[in-house]
Design a protein around this ligand. Structure first.
Ligand SMILES: *[C@@H]1O[C@H](CO)[C@@H](O)[C@H](O)[C@H]1NC(C)=O
Ligand SMILES: *[C@@H]1O[C@H](CO)[C@@H](O)[C@H](O)[C@H]1NC(C)=O
Ligand SMILES: *[C@@H]1O[C@H](CO)[C@@H](O)[C@H](O)[C@H]1NC(C)=O
Ligand SMILES: *[C@@H]1O[C@H](CO)[C@@H](O)[C@H](O)[C@H]1NC(C)=O
Length: 433
């Protein structure tokens, strides 16, 4: 009896041990699968850490290993180097072998934080791109626009009658301006300062300040830009000045979308083609449509005093079951409904775009100016190139830098920052950019 039960016990223990080993082995395999690199899979290296790190990712039918560990740069499976624009540094780049190891650029920002990037010769170094431009491989154009629900929602909406009442009772101006970044490539303050001579603007930021936020809103207002109190505050205004810090095709930020979604009519200056993304062509007012600030101010006075005309700009709030007329916008927003509109999702989409291209190269193409189109800064009042604007020179130096960078990479030369700057100035002085 005893003997039998001991035997049973042994069998039992053996079965348990075996099962446990199998389970542990399975877990180990899963670990390998999701984390460790696989010697036969393509390696994609984030040159400066940004996206996935030490991860074997599935991209449809393909798999690639993503890492930011630079020891992989000489690995025989290395297939692409990816860069986040703001961290792209000319004196910290991998060896240039464009045919074997194409580069990818991810950059949602305007060129102000890295002016060398917007140059044709720099862009040509890249094969894949994810930028604000609709022409890039994974466009980030509408990343700051929350979605259809927010666009149509009346959560913050203040009716025109109520706005008129507020204007009178709280002595609000018809226009709102809030900026604390006053030195910009677009030179927006130059335009706003002129506009303020002809129509009242409440300006709460440090730029052209003439009004004070109440204490609660003021405390750290950058952090509360999407805070409910702040959105309700904007919604009180008939118009909101929405001027970008740079004028680039498709560079459209929350400056446009925030007033649009709360129901204050945006007065926009920035991407010349921004109307391509509006719900309809009366969803915002474009500075480009007016000869000068005087004309714009007259138009706004007029609109402000005509409730029927004013309301035509708010059809996305006022018409029940409003249908977005702009097919281009509608399509992007519909497609995006399936997943949340987070930056991380776009980064992952870009990673998979690159991975898929390694297995199934599409027609070979190179990133060009259309993927990051920011012409030389103009004076917003004269619409002429402004050589007095400090940013204009940054653009021009950037061009010299790009010429030099491309030369160094193609000739396999090491870049020393100090010498590079000197050579750049030489090119500039001899007009050879
Ligand atoms: C980078 O990868 C190498 C080779 O696989 C490894 O030895 C090293 O520990 C890694 N470094 C980091 C910081 O993970
Ligand atoms: C307004 O939108 C319609 C299509 O909805 C288009 O045909 C028309 O050209 C647009 N008008 C302007 C001034 O952009
Ligand atoms: C102001 O409105 C009137 C009537 O709608 C119109 O005739 C006039 O052209 C408008 N003026 C401006 C500057 O828009
Ligand atoms: C580039 O320089 C490296 C040494 O830094 C050298 O091994 C390699 O052969 C050079 N390639 C070309 C194309 O000159």
């Amino acid at each position: 009896m005893l003997y039998f039960s001991q035997k049973m016990y042994l069998i039992f223990v053996t079965i348990i041990t075996l099962s446990l080993s199998i389970i542990i082995y399975q877990i180990y395999l899963i670990q390998i699968d999701t984390r460790l690199y696989h010697p036969a899979k393509p390696i994609i290296l984030w040159w400066t850490p940004f996206g996935n790190d030490e991860k074997l990712r599935d991209c449809g039918n393909y798999q690639c290993y993503f890492t930011s560990n630079r020891s992989f740069q000489y690995h025989k499976q290395i297939k692409s180097f990816l860069f986040y624009g703001s961290s792209f540094q000319i004196d910290d780049l991998p060896k240039w072998k464009s045919d074997e190891i194409p580069w990818g650029l991810l950059h949602e920002e305007s060129p102000r934080n890295n002016p060398i990037l917007l140059q044709q010769k720099t862009l040509n170094l890249f094969t894949y791109s994810s930028t604000f431009s609709r022409f890039s491989d994974v466009p980030l154009t509408l990343i700051d626009l929350p979605g259809i629900t927010e666009l149509l929602s009346k959560k913050y909406f203040v009716s025109t009658k109520e706005k008129i009442k507020l204007l009178r009772e709280r002595n609000l101006a018809p226009l709102l301006y809030i900026q604390s970044d006053c030195d910009t490539a677009s030179n927006r303050d130059m335009y706003v300062a002129e506009l303020m001579k002809y129509i009242r603007v409440d300006s709460y930021g440090t730029c052209l300040n003439n009004a004070q936020l109440d204490k609660r809103l003021k405390e750290n207002y950058l952090e509360i830009l999407n805070n409910e109190d702040f959105l309700s505050f904007i919604a009180n205004y008939k118009f909101t000045i929405a001027f970008e810090n740079a004028v680039c095709d498709d560079y459209i930020t929350e400056k446009l979308w925030r007033p649009l979604t709360v129901g204050s009519i945006p007065i926009y200056y920035g991407s010349p083609s921004f109307k391509d993304w509006l719900p309809n062509n009366m969803s915002a007012i474009s500075v480009f449509d007016f000869k000068d600030p005087v004309n714009l101010a007259n138009f706004l006075h007029n609109l402000s005093n005509n409730e029927i005309e004013y309301n035509k700009y708010l059809s996305h709030k006022l018409i029940d079951n409003y249908e977005i007329e702009n097919e281009r916008l509608k399509e992007v927003l519909e497609r995006r409904k399936e997943r949340s509109n987070e930056f991380g999702n776009y980064v992952e989409e870009f990673e998979c775009f690159v991975c898929t291209n390694i297995y199934q190269p599409k027609k070979s193409k190179i990133v060009d100016e259309k993927h990051y189109n920011c012409p030389l800064p103009k004076n917003p009042l004269t619409n002429k190139i402004d050589h007095l604007n400090w940013w204009t020179n940054q653009w021009i130096f950037g061009k010299c830098g790009a010429t030099l960078l491309s030369y160094h990479l193609q000739n396999n030369l090491t870049i020393n920052k100090e010498n590079f700057e000197k050579d750049k100035m030489k090119l500039y002085e001899t007009n050879k950019c």
